[in-house]
Design a protein around this ligand. Structure first.
Ligand code: SF4
Length: 473
């Protein structure tokens, strides 16, 4: 619902064409992944002789212009748009990262989060690498790939995967190849498409559609795919089990509704969540309203199943969260009003169901409910199209620490009172599983505390920074 509530991870793109410049297509592909990170962006390219790179803080179209794109020469490129899940958001932490080592010079873009950074720092130290330019776990991966043992990129990748725990979908640019890597659990999405006479790799299928590329397949969990001389060379790590664990929050909130994940259109999955929610938690009401944009599909599903009319009800000022101008105190006091507006004559004197995709910290939900009541609603019934978020994410989604999660230590009736709703109900775990067609193939850890791999620590996105300060002291 809002950036305060839950922050996306990152978006990555890689394009290989046998002969043509690809920077412009990389830009437009990356642009369609803007929802996955709004803090910084970068593109690195190669003409198979020289590298070119530009990155900066800001939105993608604030970072790049025609001149910059024109200077990013070459037929291979990777792009990254960032939300800081580890490390502070500053220019140093902006990707793609560069490293040089025994495997030559490489650039890397990472989506995900590593949970054993201390082990990787120890390993790099044993190779004589102990000073770091950034506070990002992605730099550790870049250094590992630049220096990993192995005669081929598949052998080097197998080595890195054997040492790394957590979520990582990667695009790597070498002088003459593009490499895609997905962690053995496949926690973050990554897809392969056909782009003109070449290929494209991207976090979501929507990034293929916007440049006229066609979907070929998902990159498999544990797969390393090298594209060189316009040929695909795929290899897979030997995995201990067949377990996969795509993040279920991708379907709930993170991915664009027009993206296809795990063979399912995200919009349709969200509709199903809304329908299941209506069956589990019906309520007598006059209108169903979805919080724009990510809860619209679930609200439509709820309305269809309950036979209560769906109306827009709330209008979002789409670009306000995407400016660098800070609101002054008077505007800040308006809270969500600066972002949302209500259609008062539609809402007045009605019993309203508000559908949201999730409630994480719960900071903005009370303000939204207050706004609907101020618009004249008789009753406001909150329905949430995912289960209560009771535990933090360790794999690249900034849910915050457990103590920040509104549902971590509260019962539903307590949350209802806190947010000021007349009733509050969530989709059940079984309802979520049914909606995403769960076959033990998704991570649902933030709803159940059962993660796909053991996690020990409370996630702190600045933890790596403190580790590295220690190392550099
Ligand atoms: S813990 Fe939650 S947000 Fe994190 S990967 Fe698992 S399902 Fe996604």
């Amino acid at each position: 619902m809002s950036r305060k509530k839950l922050s996306e991870k990152c978006g990555i793109v890689g394009i290989y064409h046998p002969s043509h410049s690809v920077a412009s297509s990389t830009f437009f592909s990356l642009f369609s992944l803007q929802h996955r990170g709004q803090e910084s962006a970068g593109i690195a390219s190669s003409d198979e002789k020289n590298f070119f790179i530009y990155k900066n803080t800001g939105l993608i179209n604030q970072v790049f212009d025609d001149k910059i794109i024109g200077d990013l020469r070459g037929n291979i490129a990777i792009g990254h748009t960032r939300y800081s899940t580890t490390g502070r958001n500053n220019l140093d932490n902006t990707q793609p990262f560069k490293a040089s080592g025994q495997n030559g010079e490489i650039f890397l873009g990472h989506n995900g989060n590593i949970i054993n950074s201390e082990d990787l720092i120890d390993l790099l130290s044993s190779w004589g690498i102990s000073s770091f330019d950034t506070t990002s776990d992605s730099e550790l991966l870049t250094l590992l790939y630049a220096n990993a043992p192995g005669r081929s990129w598949s052998e080097r990748s197998e080595f890195v995967m054997s040492k790394t725990k957590g979520a990582y979908s990667l695009v790597i640019l070498t002088q003459n190849s593009l490499i895609a890597v997905r962690d053995p659990l496949g926690i973050r999405p990554l897809v392969l498409g056909k782009y003109r006479e070449g290929y494209v790799i991207a976090s979501e299928t929507c990034a293929l559609d916007h440049i006229g590329a066609s979907f070929i397949r998902e990159i498999d969990p544990g797969e390393t795919l090298e594209i060189k001389n316009n040929k695909l060379n795929s290899s897979s790590i030997r995995r201990k089990s067949n377990k996969v664990a795509l993040c279920s929050f991708e379907h709930i909130y993170l991915s664009r509704p027009d993206s296809i994940l795990d063979g399912k259109l995200t919009y349709s999955v969200r509709m199903k969540m809304g329908e299941t929610l209506a069956i589990e938690h019906p309520v007598a009401a006059d209108l169903v309203i979805g919080i724009p944009d990510s809860a619209i599909a679930s609200a439509e599903g709820y309305a269809n199943k309950s036979k209560i009319p769906f109306v827009q009800g709330i209008v979002k000022n789409r670009y306000v969260g995407r400016t660098f101008i800070s609101p002054d105190q008077k505007l800040r006091d308006l809270g969500v009003k600066i972002k949302f507006n209500t259609l008062n004559s539609i809402i007045k004197d009605k019993k309203v169901v508000i559908v949201d995709d999730s409630i994480v910290r719960g900071t903005t939900t009370p303000e939204v409910i207050r706004m609907i009541k101020d618009a004249g609603a008789l009753e406001v019934h909150m329905r949430v199209a995912s289960p209560p978020v009771i535990s933090t994410c360790h794999f690249g989604v900034d849910t915050g620490s457990s103590y920040e999660l509104i549902a971590a230590n509260r019962r539903i009736f307590e949350i209802k009172r806190l947010i000021g709703a007349d009733s509050l109900e969530y989709l059940s775990i079984d309802g979520l599983k049914e909606s995403i067609d769960y076959q033990e193939n998704y991570c649902i850890g933030c709803f159940t505390k059962e993660y796909p791999i053991p996690v020990q620590m409370e996630m702190d996105k600045l933890k790596l920074e403190s580790i590295q300060k220690r190392e550099n002291a």
